[in-house]
Design a protein around this ligand. Structure first.
Ligand code: WQD
Length: 337
């Protein structure tokens, strides 16, 4: 009998890629999404890729009664929790919406796990918790620093809530601290669907290349980095999705060493904005229109992962290159006519 896994936010960018990998790994999947930042079309695309339509419930996880009703209906063997608001800038203008959605919903899910003696919780966290780390590459021992955004704070507090819950109750959890997820599924049936003006670098690059934006603004070239532009660890979303399967299997097999664990999920390689632009142009044989402008408030100079622990403990490592990710991002963009 296949294990049944709940994926909240399962029609989102990382969630949809994770649903595909869960189905590929033989799990039954139930998706919860409130459709606030995606469309039901993604469910059809997932079905086209894997041949199996995941069960789907449109639920706002801030409504406690609806969360309870879900667990009355489904027998769940594990939860992968993506559902959250995630726009850093927006979070500064709508802090209470972010705390209510990102933390309120989390508490309701954990209460159901407690009350129904469920187990195995995977949390979508972020390298944002480290702020500007003192040492690079960033290991899991790096201190969590005061969040620079409400969004980042919801990830920090979320981890603390989960850790406290695992100490008091009989379930175990893993937080995956993502670096910068990019790219799209090789079938180009699912990818990143930013609504409105993209905040993140890669969608802004692909929309500029597609003529939807006049030019890319490079936020600062006066950082203390080799070419002056900021450095990040860009991980292919399919590699990131597979890290969730590895983490879930660790919990299902009881191989966790603590009741609450966290792992850095990145490639281990840093790339500057200019390096990404050059790689994008080369991978896709095109020229990108960009200009250097002032730094963006709140940006850090550099962040890239030390992946030693994740590689060893999750028996997982990235397999897809930056170029592959940038090609898939462009192929996905071209399809978005
Ligand atoms: C990357 C680099 C920008 C846009 C985000 C989330 C964070 C986490 C990782 C989820 C930076 C530069 C960007 C543009 C630019 N996600 N840039 N021009 O800020 O590293 O982190 O992804 O957990 O929470 O905030 O990603 O893609 O916004 O920026 O020059 O138009 O590209 O300055 O150096 P970021 P990003």
């Amino acid at each position: 009998m296949a294990k049944q896994i709940l994926v909240t936010g399962g029609l989102g960018f990382i969630g949809s890629h994770t649903v595909v990998e869960l189905q590929n790994a033989g799990f039954d999947v139930v998706v919860i999404d409130d459709l606030s930042n995606t469309t039901l079309k993604v469910l059809d695309q997932i079905t086209e890729i894997t041949g199996t339509k995941p069960a789907f419930e449109q639920i706002d996880l801030r409504i406690k009664e609806d969360v309870k009703a879900f667990f009355d209906k489904y027998q769940i063997d594990g939860i992968i929790h993506f559902a959250a608001f995630k726009a850093v800038g927006e979070s500064m203008h709508k802090p209470l919406d972010y705390y209510e959605n990102n933390l309120g919903a989390l508490v309701y899910l954990l209460q159901e796990m407690r009350d129904r003696k469920l187990d195995n919780f995977i949390f979508s966290s972020s390298c944002t918790v480290y702020g500007q780390a003192d040492e690079l590459p960033i290991t899991e021992k790096a201190p969590v620093k005061k969040a620079e955004s409400v969004y980042g704070n919801t990830k920090q507090i979320g981890e603390e809530i989960i850790e406290d819950a695992t100490k008091a109750h009989d379930f175990k959890a893993i937080a995956l601290r993502y670096f910068n997820p990019i790219g799209a599924h090789p079938t180009t049936k699912i990818g990143e669907l930013p609504i409105g003006v993209p905040q993140n670098l890669i969608p802004f690059i692909t929309q500029t290349a597609a003529g939807m934006r006049d030019e890319l603004s490079v936020f600062g070239d006066d950082y203390n980095t080799p070419d002056g532009t900021a450095v990040r660890d860009y991980i292919h979303v399919v590699d990131l999705a597979k890290a969730h399967i590895a983490a879930l299997q660790r919990l299902l097999d009881g191989n966790n060493k603590e009741k609450f664990e966290y792992f850095n999920v990145g490639t281990g390689t840093g790339s500057s904005v200019l390096e990404v632009i050059n790689a994008f142009e080369t991978a896709n044989s095109l020229k990108l229109n960009y200009k250097i402008v002032d730094r963006r408030a709140g940006d850090i100079t550099a962040a890239y992962a030390d992946t030693t622990i994740a590689n060893k403990e999750l028996n997982w490592k990235t397999e897809l290159s930056l170029e592959t990710a940038l090609k898939s991002a462009w192929e996905w963009q071209v399809k978005q006519k």
